[in-house]
Design a protein around this ligand. Sequence first.
Ligand code: SF4
Ligand code: SF4
Length: 334
Amino acid sequence: MKRLKKDNVVSFLKEMNKKEKVFCPQSVDGRDLMFMPLEEGVYTGNIGKTTISAKTVLFPQTEEILSFTEKSISKTIDASKTLLFGIRPCEMKAIQFVDQFMTRDNFIDPHYQSRREKVTTIAIACHEPPSDTCFCVDAGGMPYLENGYDVQLFDAGDYYMALSGSEHGEEILANKYFEKGDEEDKERLEEIKNKALHSQKNSPGMQKAIEILRENKPDEAFWEGLADRCINCGGCVYVCPTCTCFNVYDLPSQGGHIRCRSWDACVHAGFTRETSGHNPRPTQGSRLARRHEHKLKFDIVNFKESGCVGCGRCSDTCPVGLGAIEIIQELNAL
Ligand code: SF4
Ligand code: SF4
């Protein structure tokens, strides 16, 4: 086990930034914490929970996917070596979930996949929940990771304890900024893990909600009653680390056209409306049902795990109290 002094984090990241593009949680205008390229915001040492998840790196809000003229067509792949520093365990789980989604049935999304192959992850375990809306443990996760990372850091006060989870992680720990730990670090690590496991108080009852959905208990009136409050802003979808709805459109560009994709949201009527004008999800209630059934029912059928990792971002964001926590609580009350 190695150590990384918190005072050395920025120097380490600057050194890494010479070889690969480093993204980490940074403060913007002293307010929102965002996952962004090093030095585009201010790294304060607060890893916290970013307002929008790190999916912005692997699945950007808007990207060009191909360009074409009357005579030719070419795919645009924009991927370079990237280091994600400060990924929280729930977010790492979300990336693993999206990995499955983007490669399911051998239908591989080349844009996501080419970025993913070039990403190194340095996760930071949560020694305490970054916010009151975190419920990863209730959602079947943990405040630290057992696998799936390159390096995982544990907060031990003025330094991080560092574990490698891959060959590349071993190489990173050979960097001069990682120092040798002492005999007691192993014991200290177990204490941190144990404390972290018991420090999360938010427990909305996701497993019971999954059961209630499996039994088809909520009816149309349940969803329409909740959806009366929804202002259809899409915030819950945009901030979610596992949501990947997108729209595709063409724009004129330098004698030809480019095809782009941008985030979309299943809560918008236009997302499901068909060319004929028919909409299989015609009401806000049916779209709200679709979003939550997708995560807590059909993802479990398709991927053997829920599509919600319990980050709580949708509850932080929704202006009318219709995030996953509130929906789970409403389901539990049926
Ligand atoms: S549904 Fe909400 S709580 Fe669950 S992963 Fe998405 S943003 Fe996080
Ligand atoms: S964030 Fe809330 S109000 Fe906005 S679309 Fe989602 S559920 Fe509706």
